[in-house]
Design a protein around this ligand. Structure first.
Ligand code: G3P
Length: 220
């Protein structure tokens, strides 16, 4: 399972990219708005920074202008993936983009039925939002498992991207369910690497090493 960052913040992207585990980035209009900068500049910097698929979201509500915007976004760099919403207009624009050879990510997916539609238009990625389902007392992980099972049974090639992830166990369970990609905010990514026993162990190793060095110096 590839690990993506769900952010438009370049510092966060640079930090995780440094670890060598960043497979790509997902952005959405809210995340880009948080940066309060020219969106084109933000997207271009991210596209240049990360060697992997970068999802850029359309904002036009109607199919025609959404398609035009999607073409423009796809031309920003070869690693651009165009996000379209799960709606009749999103599917219509998405299908046209796919026909042009443009990779699309169908976003705002909350049910297996919607995920079937995304696969049928030939999406490169489908993005079920787990955390937002959990927020309304539904079972986001159950929806993800069903989507992964359906895609397996049907032989759909669309990549399942678990989105709206809120904590490390979301990532672990998504991997077990068979998701192709998990996207998460910086704070969740940072939690993946942490374990108190790692910190305690590292501190002890360093202390013992320092003691040995001091003893050797004393003998010399
Ligand atoms: O970017 C799509 C999705 O991951 C958004 O998540 O945290 O706003 O529910 P969130």
């Amino acid at each position: 399972m590839k690990l993506f960052l769900d952010t438009a913040n370049l510092e966060e992207i640079r930090e995780i990219n440094r670890w060598g585990v960043l497979g790509g980035v997902t952005t959405n209009p809210s995340l880009v708005a948080k940066e309060a900068e020219d969106p084109d500049r933000v997207w271009k910097e991210i596209l240049a920074e990360v060697d992997g698929p970068i999802s850029l979201e359309t904002t036009e509500p109607e199919a025609g202008p959404m398609y035009d915007q999607g073409v423009r976004l796809s031309q920003m760099a070869p690693n651009a993936v165009v996000k379209v919403p799960m709606s009749p207009d999103g599917l219509t624009a998405g299908k046209r983009l796919v026909a042009d050879g443009i990779r699309i990510n169908v976003t705002l997916v909350f049910s297996p039925a919607q995920a079937i539609l995304a696969a049928e238009v030939g999406a490169y990625i489908v993005s079920p939002f787990l955390g937002r389902l959990d927020d309304v007392a539904a079972d986001g992980m159950d929806v993800l498992r069903k989507i992964c099972d359906i895609y397996e049974v049907q032989g759909y090639e669309t990549n399942v991207l678990a989105a709206s992830l809120r904590h490390p166990m979301h990532i672990v369970e998504s991997a077990l369910a068979g998701a192709d990609i998990a996207t998460m905010p910086y704070d969740v990514f940072a939690k993946l690497v942490k374990h108190p026993l790692t910190d305690i162990g590292l501190e002890k190793f360093q202390a013992d090493w320092t003691t040995l060095q001091d003893e050797l110096k004393g003998e010399a």
